[in-house]
Design a protein around this ligand. Structure first.
Ligand code: ZN
Length: 133
C-alpha cells in the first residue's frame, strides 16, 4: 500500500466539528461532500501527505449513527491508498481477509473504496482506496 491516505473520524455534527478541527490542525476544511449511498456527510482537511475525513451521519439509521451509538465519537477507520484496488482486493481475499464489499464502490473525494472487516484486523476498520483517474 502506498500511504495512509486519510483517517476517518465519526462525529455527531460537522457544524461543530469542522471549526474545531480547523483549529486543531491549523488547516481549512477544503471540501465537504455528501455520499447518499453511504448516508454520510464528509469534510476533508489536508495534513501533510495525508488527510482527515470527518464523517457525520445523514440518517439516524446510517452506519456512522450506529457506530456513534455503540462506541461514541472517535476514530472510525484508517484508509490506505493503493495503486490498483482490484488487485489489492484479490490479494487480501487470498490472504483470508473478509471484504465488506465484493466490488469497489464509489466513495467520497473521487475514490473507489473497499472496506475490510474489523474482526480480521484486530478491531480496526481498514479502507483501501484508489483515486479515480
Ligand atoms: Zn474513508
Amino acid at each position: 500500500m502506498l500511504r495512509v491516505e486519510h483517517i476517518g473520524i465519526a462525529v455527531k455534527s460537522l457544524e461543530t466539528a469542522i471549526p474545531l478541527y480547523e483549529k486543531l490542525l491549523n488547516a481549512p476544511c477544503y471540501k465537504t461532500e455528501s455520499v447518499a449511498s453511504e448516508k454520510v456527510n464528509t469534510a476533508f482537511f489536508r495534513q501533510g501527505e495525508s488527510k482527515v475525513e470527518l464523517l457525520e451521519s445523514s440518517d439516524a439509521e446510517g452506519v456512522i449513527a450506529k457506530f456513534i451509538e455503540r462506541k461514541g465519537e472517535g476514530i472510525h477507520h484508517i484508509a490506505f491508498e493503493v495503486e490498483d484496488i482490484h488487485a489489492e482486493m484479490d490479494r487480501l481475499r487470498n490472504e483470508g481477509f473478509t471484504l465488506l464489499n465484493e466490488q469497489p464502490k464509489q466513495g467520497a473525494d473521487n475514490k473507489l473504496v473497499c472496506f475490510i472487516h474489523p474482526k480480521g484486523t484486530n478491531g480496526v476498520l481498514v479502507e483501501i482506496c484508489q483515486e479515480i483517474r
